[in-house]
Design a protein around this ligand. Structure first.
Ligand code: ADP
Length: 355
C-alpha cells in the first residue's frame, strides 16, 4: 500500500518525512486544547477511514472513502490531490465534523474526533471554497465576529496579526465589498485562523483563480506554513501540488493510490522525453536507432522516450550522430505530476498495492 500510514500501523516504515521536530505555531497559545501537551508527530492521522453515503433520491449507495490511512506530519504543507469525485471533500468534511464517517478513526493534533470532538475541531481551521463574505463588514469586524463565535476572549484575540499574516493589514477597515477576489480568499484564510488552530485546511484554494492571483495565494500559504502552521490543501491542480506541497497523497475513487514526498514521487516516475529536430527530412528510422524507444513524429522530428536512470542523453545523441543525422535543435520534457497521476490512476481500482 502507499506509504501514508503512521509508523506502527499497517505500514511499519510509513510516515517518514523531512520535517524534524518542526516549528510550533507561534500563536498556538495557552487557550488551545493542546496547551501544555507535547506537539504530536502527526498533525492529522486517519486509520481505515471509510465513508459510505447511503442511497437516496435515486442515487445509489456510494463509497466515497475506502479505508484511508493518512499521516500528515506536523509542519507539513500537504497536498491531497485527486480528480473531482475522488473523495477529497469527504475527507476534510469528516475532519471538520460536517460529515459522519462510516468506519475508521481520525485524529487532529493527536485528538480523536469521536472521543473529543470539541477540542479536535478547535485544532483545525477550514478554509472553504466559496467566497461567502458579508459585504457590509470590514475585515477587522469580520474577524472579531468570528473570534466571538469561537469564544476567543478579547484579550487573546490577534486580529491585527492574523490580518498581517494574510497581507490584509492595509484593508483592515475597508468594507468587504471593496475587496478583490484574491483579498476575499485571503479573508477566508484569516477567518479560519482566528482561533489559532495549528492545522489549516484549504479546500481547492485557487480553483477558478487567475495565474497571477494563484502565485500570490501560494506565497501566502507558504508563509503561513513557514511560520509553523501545518497545512493540508485539496487540489485537482497538479501544478499546484507540485509547486506548493512537500508531501502529496493522490486519491482516486476514495482510495489513496500514492503518498510520498513530492521529490520522491517525481523521482519514481523516472521518465523523460527528448525531441530532436533534424536539419534534413528523414523518410525512415535508421537501423542505428533500433534499441531506443523512438518515434519519427514528422520527417524532421525524432522523439525519444527513456528512463534517465537507465539511458544517458549523450548515448542517444551519439547514436543519432552515428546514424549520419544532423541535429538542428533539441528539447527535453521531464515527466511532471500530470504524467504520474495518469500513470497511477489509469487502473487505480486494481492497483491499490502500488506505491
Ligand atoms: P471530491 O471532493 O474529491 O470532488 P467528494 O468527496 O465531494 O469528492 O465526493 C466523493 C464521492 O462521493 C463522489 O462520487 C460524490 O458524488 C459522492 N458524494 C459526495 N457527497 C455526497 C452526499 N452528500 N451524498 C451522496 N454522495 C455524495
Amino acid at each position: 500500500m502507499p506509504d501514508c500510514a503512521a509508523p506502527g500501523y499497517r505500514s511499519p516504515g510509513g510516515g517518514r518525512h523531512r520535517h524534524g521536530p518542526g516549528p510550533v505555531m507561534a500563536n498556538t497559545r495557552d487557550r488551545t486544547p493542546t496547551a501544555g501537551t507535547a506537539a504530536p508527530e502527526f498533525a492529522v492521522e486517519s486509520r481505515g477511514l471509510t465513508k459510505v453515503y447511503k442511497a437516496s433520491a435515486g442515487y445509489p449507495e456510494k463509497m466515497a472513502l475506502d479505508t484511508v490511512d493518512l499521516a500528515i506530519p506536523r509542519g507539513a504543507l500537504f497536498g491531497l490531490l485527486g480528480p473531482n469525485g475522488a473523495g477529497k471533500s469527504t475527507f476534510i468534511n469528516i475532519l471538520a465534523g460536517l460529515v459522519n464517517k462510516t468506519a475508521g478513526t481520525a485524529r487532529i493534533w493527536g485528538i480523536d474526533i469521536d472521543k473529543d470532538p470539541r477540542n479536535a475541531r478547535s485544532a483545525i481551521g477550514i478554509v472553504p471554497q466559496e467566497l461567502n463574505i458579508d459585504p457590509f463588514f470590514t475585515p477587522r469586524e469580520l474577524l472579531e465576529l468570528q473570534a466571538g463565535l469561537f469564544g476567543v476572549p478579547e484579550a487573546e484575540r490577534q486580529t491585527d496579526a492574523v490580518l498581517a499574516a494574510v497581507g490584509l493589514s492595509d484593508r483592515a477597515d475597508a468594507y468587504a465589498r471593496t475587496l478583490s477576489g484574491g483579498m476575499r480568499r485571503r479573508m477566508l484564510v484569516a477567518k479560519a485562523m482566528v482561533h489559532a488552530p495549528p492545522v489549516l485546511v484549504l479546500d481547492e484554494p485557487t480553483a477558478g483563480v487567475d495565474v497571477e492571483l494563484r502565485q500570490q495565494l501560494w506565497s501566502h500559504i507558504r508563509a503561513l506554513n513557514e511560520r509553523g502552521t501545518t497545512i493540508l490543501l485539496t487540489t485537482h491542480y497538479l501544478e499546484e501540488a507540485e509547486q506548493l506541497c512537500d508531501r502529496i497523497a493522490i486519491i482516486n475513487h476514495g482510495k489513496v493510490i500514492a503518498c510520498d514526498t513530492t521529490v520522491e514521487l517525481l523521482r519514481r516516475l523516472d521518465r523523460k522525453e527528448l525531441a530532436i529536430i533534424l536539419a534534413e527530412d528523414l523518410a525512415d528510422l535508421p537501423a542505428g536507432l533500433d534499441g531506443f524507444n523512438v518515434e519519427l513524429a514528422n520527417p524532421r522530428r525524432l522523439v525519444f522516450r527513456y528512463r534517465p536512470s537507465q539511458t544517458r542523453i549523450r548515448d542517444i545523441l551519439s547514436a543519432v550522430r552515428g546514424s549520419g543525422l544532423t541535429i538542428a535543435d533539441l528539447t527535453t520534457h521531464e515527466a511532471d505530476l500530470e504524467d504520474l497521476f495518469l500513470e497511477l490512476t489509469r487502473n487505480a481500482p486494481d492497483r491499490e498495492n502500488d506505491g
